[in-house]
Design a protein around this ligand. Sequence first.
Ligand SMILES: C[S@@+](CC[C@H](N)C(=O)[O-])C[C@H]1O[C@@H](n2cnc3c(N)ncnc32)[C@H](O)[C@@H]1O
Length: 373
Amino acid sequence: MYFVASKLSREISAPEMRRDYLHDNRLDLCVAYLQHVFGDSLKGARVIDYGCGHGDWALAFRRAGAEHVLAIDAAVDNVRYLHDNSRAMGFDGLDVVQGDLLSQNIGGEKADIVWLYDVLPHVPRPLALLQALRDLAPGAAAQFYINAYDAGSLRQFSVETARQLYPHPGRDAFDLDCLSLTREARRRGGDNLMVSQIEWFSATGFAEILSGAGLEPVERPMGFHSFQGAGSNTEFQPHEALCRGVPAEGAMLWEEPPREYGCDLAVLAAMAREVNFSLTDRQFRTQAAMGLLNTHFANLVGNNACSGTAMEIYLYLFHILDVHGGLRQAEGLARDFIELTEAALSDAPRRQLRAANHAATIARDLCESSIHL
Ligand SMILES: C[S@@+](CC[C@H](N)C(=O)[O-])C[C@H]1O[C@@H](n2cnc3c(N)ncnc32)[C@H](O)[C@@H]1O
C-alpha cells in the first residue's frame, strides 16, 4: 500500500468530512450492500473507488472479496486518513492515491469495477469525469456504479436555501453555529453546507449524462438508504445506476420520481426568496439556516412524510418573516399565502382569498385548519 501525493494535483483539503471511526457494523452493512449490488462479480475484482472520502467503501470492497482497490481522492486530508486508518485496521491490497482526473491522468491497471458514490454532484465537470473514469475500465464486462442527488426534491429546497443563507462556513464556524441542531440535521445538513458545490440531477438529466459519457445503465439497484431498511421517502431519492461502458442489452427507461408536493415547493421557494431578501444580518441568516435544517430533518418521520414537512417549513419561514418584519414587503405568490396564513391564524373566513384555490397541500391545510405558530 502506498500514498502518492501528486504534485500535479489540485490539493483539496476536506475539513468538511468528520473523522468518524469506522465501526464494524457500518463496515458490515457496506459489505452487504456491495454483495447485493455486484454479487459474485466482486470476487477477485479490481476496483477503483473514486472520491473515496474516508474510504468506508474502499475497505468494504476489500472485505467483500475484491482483489485490489485503488482509492482516489482529491483531498489530501482524506487520503492521509484512509492511508493511516487502513493500515491501523490491518488492510492490504489497497492503494490510496491523491489525485483529480479532471486535471491529470491517473494510471494503474485497468479496473473491473468503478465505484462513484456521492461524488458526481460535487465535481465541477461531471461529464468529463465520467468519460475519464470510463477509460480506466475499458473491458466489456466492466461495471460502473454511479449515484446522483435528486433534483426537485424537498431536500434540494432546504439545502439550497440554507446554503444561500449561510454560504461556505468553515468547519470551526459550523461546529459553533450548529449547537442547537438535532443529530440528523447536524450530520446531513452539515455535509451539505460544507461542500463547495452541489448539483442536483433530474432522472432524465442523469440518464443523459451517463449516455453522453458512453455509459449504458443496465440496472437501478436499490439505494443504500433503502437497503438498510429505512424505506424510501419522496423527500430525497438519489438516482443509482449500474452501468456498462459498452452498448448493453436491456437499456433502461428513466422516469422522474413522483412529486405530489411540486406545488408546495413553488410556495416554499416564494417564501424563501422573501426571507433571503429580508434577513440582512449575518447572525440572523445563520440562525434561520440552522432552524430550517432542524425543521426539515426533525419532521421527516416515516415514509412519504413530505407534505407534513413542507407545511412545517412553510410555517417556519412565515415565522421568520413575522419576527423580522418581512411580511409586509412580501410580493406575488408569497403575499397571497401570507394573507391566507394570517386569516388561518385569526380563524377568519378564507375561501375567497387568492391562495385558497392553489393546488398546494399547504393551501388546503391553511384553508381547513386554524393555525397556531
Ligand atoms: C461526499 S464525499 C463522498 C465520499 C465517499 N465516496 C463516501 O461515500 O463516503 C465526496 C468526495 O469526493 C471528493 N472529490 C470531490 N471532487 C473530486 C475530484 N474532482 N476528484 C477526486 N475527488 C473528488 C471529495 O474530496 C470527497 O472526499
